[in-house]
Design a protein around this ligand. Structure first.
Ligand SMILES: [Zn+2]
Length: 210
């Protein structure tokens, strides 16, 4: 069963999926009706064509005639506050809380502790470019960057590296860098936090600029 083994290898790389679960997924696909399995395969193939990456915030969104995602092109969103998140799902969690009116930037991952090549894991160069541009734009002065990372050692480490990378621009352009207040208990991933907890963490955020 060459395809089954290869498929299991792919499933193993999915977030939160281990080798045993990967095999269970493969067996599940073998037991569902042929039509369903074919439909799943079709949906996976269609996904890249139906989605686009927003050139501003780097999140995935359903492709339409617009270049920017619905949040970046919304004139009602505050342009002076930027939340930096690790993954697209974190945006969903924060949006659901209804406690944030600014814009986002998706890093695309976290930086593992003891790793000295952060660019391999997150969009650091793109972030620096985006922030420099926003900070120097005369009409949209950036006032605050919120590092909205998970309350985990890796999340904290990622926030530390990002903060250090942005500190020179922050000092020059006079914007604050803050982190989420820990209404989020240690180990909490934003993705699984409820809206009240996220709202509190945003309200109690701490200024980390100095
Ligand atoms: Zn966007």
């Amino acid at each position: 069963m060459k395809s089954a083994e290869e498929l299991a290898e792919h499933f193993k790389k999915f977030p939160g999926v281990g080798p045993r679960q990967a095999k269970r997924f493969v067996y599940h696909l073998l037991t569902v009706a042929r039509g369903n399995a074919a439909r799943i395969a079709d949906l996976i193939s269609a996904l890249p064509g139906e989605t686009a990456v927003c050139p501003e915030c780097k999140r995935f969104f359903a492709k339409d005639k617009n270049n920017l995602c619905p949040i970046c092109r919304d004139p009602r969103r505050e342009r002076n506050t930027l939340a930096i998140v690790c993954r697209d799902v974190d945006i969903e969690a924060i949006e659901k809380s209804g406690s944030f009116r600014g814009r986002y930037f998706v890093l695309g991952g976290t930086i593992p502790i003891l790793d000295n090549a952060p660019e391999r894991h997150v969009r650091l160069k793109e972030l620096i470019l985006m922030v420099s541009k926003a900070a120097s734009s005369p009409d949209n002065a950036l006032a605050e960057i919120i590092l909205a990372t998970n309350a985990s050692p890796e999340g904290d480490h990622t926030a530390d590296i990002i903060k250090a990378s942005l500190a020179p621009i922050a000092a020059k352009s006079k914007f604050r860098i803050s982190t989420l207040g820990r209404g989020l208990s240690t180990g909490t991933e934003l993705e699984y936090a409820d809206s009240d907890t996220i709202g509190n963490a945003l309200r109690n955020r701490k200024d980390n600029s100095r």
